[in-house]
Design a protein around this ligand. Structure first.
Ligand code: CA
Length: 254
């Protein structure tokens, strides 16, 4: 019996994660940033491990189970993209949510990271509140994965004034049927099933057209314009992420 535990106040102290806390790996070579992240994530009730290099990150992910990995892209030697590639090739870490930490002007790296299978990214300097919201979203998704409640409700997506019926392949806006082409419907479904998730143009082409080389990035933009037009006053649910791609607005985080 751990009798000394009974003397702790009932309210959980914010700097001690509970035993069932989600476990997060912070990969960041800059010590100040690493400590700042460790401090803030621990305060959120997360159990935090840290790695200062890509090598260390790969070792830690082999030795431990993580619920989420926060991955700085600019690391010495094995950089973040290479770490991401390894994590996604390894069955043990293929499904672990990865949020990339990036710097301004790294759009090409962000696109590569997303296409390698990273789930999200945050550009430095970032607001801690925003990062924590994104972490919570990824952890929520991970919790919901495979749960029956999620699957049952998943044939009908409610987004703003839109209702998307995945079984009947039709969508309504303010209860009025939307005259969508098959491609527009699939584009809408792709974005709306993962609110907040940024999709690159290449990922959209791969999903909609099976990666046909003849389909250009520009044609994705044209399809988004057409889809938005049919969404009327709900058009801004699809956001343009400059230099990267598109995402469906995450109303949870607004
Ligand atoms: Ca760095």
């Amino acid at each position: 019996m751990a009798t000394h535990n009974t003397s702790l106040p009932k309210a959980r102290r914010k700097d001690i994660p509970p035993d069932n806390a989600h476990v997060v790996l912070v990969v960041e070579d800059e010590a100040d940033m690493r400590h700042l992240l460790q401090y803030n994530l621990t305060r959120e009730g997360l159990a935090v491990h840290c790695a200062a290099t890509g090598e260390e990150a790969l070792e830690q992910t082999q030795a431990n189970e993580f619920d989420l990995i926060l991955l700085d892209l600019m690391l010495p030697k094995i950089d973040g993209l290479e770490v991401c590639r390894h994590l996604r090739q390894n069955p043990k870490t293929v499904d672990v949510p990865i949020i990339m930490l990036t710097a301004k002007g790294e759009e090409a790296d962000i696109i590569t990271g997303l296409e390698l299978g990273a789930d999200d990214y945050v550009t430095k300097p970032f607001r801690m509140r925003e990062l924590l919201a994104r972490i919570r979203r990824q952890l929520r998704r991970r919790n919901n994965n495979g749960s029956s409640a999620e699957k049952e409700s998943s044939s009908l997506l409610h987004r703003g004034a839109l209702v998307i019926d995945l079984q009947r392949y039709e969508a309504r806006c303010h209860k009025q049927p939307m005259p969508l082409s098959a491609t527009e419907f699939r584009l809408l479904v792709m974005l709306a099933t993962r609110p907040g998730r940024v999709f690159t143009r290449r990922q959209i082409i791969d999903t909609l057209h099976g990666g046909m080389a003849a389909v250009t990035d520009r044609s994705v933009d044209v399809q988004v314009v057409a889809l938005r037009r049919k969404m009327g006053d709900q058009a801004d649910l699809i956001e343009t992420v400059r230099g990267i791609g598109y995402r469906f607005r995450d109303q949870d985080n607004d």
